[in-house]
Design a protein around this ligand. Structure first.
Ligand SMILES: Cc1ncc(COP(=O)(O)O)c(C=O)c1O
Length: 380
């Protein structure tokens, strides 16, 4: 129940990767046949990833994951285009891979506007329009939020960005493979994705870069990946990413429908039995499989540990920040008071989850909330 943190490597993905961890170990830069075999695997993988995005293979750059793709997109565009302007627009609810990169760019002299979102977690389009300045060079808005699952109106933002001739980047780490992410339909110039969120291996991802987009490399070296990402390619990981992308493309519609039904079932079960409980974000424009509950008078961490003891993995806030006890910046941005942020529980379902599991999880959540409310100092 924590698939937004990470997913297991699918059997088909592992099978595709194995030869590149043993016999087919060549360096894709070598000119001999071992190297050419690896190079071929790399280029076939580029085609598969491009296909999922409706892009051309040469528009895909392989990276070490979502964090690096986000860093490359933002720093790469900013450092190459600063002569045209030094203003960047993003949102308050981005992943730290974006927010921390923006802080670094602020130290380098760039100005960053952090847009507010509505109570459902949707970016405020009026605020976006108002934030655009003559020196704005980049807009970066995530496609779907990792904590509440809200999907942003990227198509609409894409039209605005194109009209104003501003580069548009989207962090699609949580949406790729789950909902359509055609780069032309979305109207984005750059898109980040990560393999381990889509049943691929950890430590590999990609950045889509529209042809003609000018950006600077952030890793210098031997000039791999068209000079944009030096370093001997992680061929096995990239083959895994490509297989995972293909697998998602094949099953996206049916799996999305199944996961949405499972979420509706769990939401109905829990909200029907627990008082003072709500959904953070929205039940409408959200990722299939993603639910964020709020409960008054109880702490999410206590619920998490109780559920863990029942064999159920969930999270509070995002996995990346779950070692912190500060309220989630996403929930605060949705307008929740800090005390209400502490009672949140993120459920993100995936391929192996079943109706029986959902019913078990629902029962355990009801039991846990009742138990902790009974003994909590926050209790009613
Ligand atoms: C929205 C979003 N962006 C970026 C990342 C970072 O991706 P990676 O773990 O591949 O570095 C994550 C991971 O949780 C994420 O959810």
């Amino acid at each position: 129940m924590d698939h937004s943190a990470t997913t297991p490597v699918a059997a088909r993905v592992l099978q595709a990767m194995l030869p590149y961890l043993s016999d087919k170990f060549g360096n894709a830069s070598s000119l001999h046949s071992f190297g050419q075999e690896a190079k071929m695997a790399l280029e076939e993988s580029r085609e598969k990833v491009a296909k999922l995005l409706g892009a051309s293979p040469e528009e895909i750059i392989f990276t070490s994951g979502g964090t690096e793709s986000d860093n490359l997109a933002l720093k790469g565009i900013a450092r190459r285009n600063w002569e045209h302007g030094r203003h960047i627009i993003t949102t308050c609810i981005e992943h730290p891979a974006i927010l921390e990169t923006c802080k670094t760019l602020e130290k380098e002299g760039f100005a960053v506007t952090y847009l507010p979102v509505t109570g459902e977690g949707v970016v405020d389009m009026a605020a976006l329009e108002a934030a655009i300045r003559p020196d704005t060079i980049l807009i970066s808005v995530m496609h779907a939020n990792n904590e509440v699952g809200t999907i942003q109106p990227i198509e609409e933002i894409g039209k605005l960005a194109a009209e104003k001739d501003i580069y548009l980047h989207t962090d699609a780490v949580q949406s790729v493979g789950k909902i359509p992410t055609d780069v032309n339909a979305l109207g984005v110039d750059l898109l980040s994705l990560s393999a381990h969120k889509i049943y691929g291996p950890k430590g590999v991802g990609a950045l889509y870069i529209r042809r003609g987009t000018k950006l600077e490399s952030i890793v210098q070296g031997g000039g791999h990946e068209r000079g944009l990402r030096s370093g001997t390619e992680n061929v096995a990981g990239i083959v895994g990413l490509a297989e995972a992308a293909q697998l998602c493309g094949e099953s996206m519609a049916a799996e999305g429908q199944r996961l949405s039904m499972l979420c509706d079932r769990l939401a109905a079960l829990v909200l029907g039995r627990v008082k003072d409980a709500w959904i953070n974000g929205t039940m409408k424009r959200r990722l299939p499989g993603s639910l964020n509950f709020g409960f008054s008078f109880v702490e999410g961490e206590s619920l998490l540990l109780y559920l863990d003891s029942k064999g159920i993995a969930v999270s509070t806030g995002s996995a990346c920040s779950s070692h912190k006890l500060e309220p989630s910046h996403v929930l605060l941005s949705l307008g929740l008071p800090p005390v209400k942020c502490h009672g949140s529980l993120r459920i993100t379902m995936g391929r192996s989850n079943t109706e029986e599991e959902v019913d078990y999880v629902g029962e355990c959540i009801v039991e846990a909330v009742e138990r902790f409310r009974g003994i909590s100092a926050l209790g009613r």
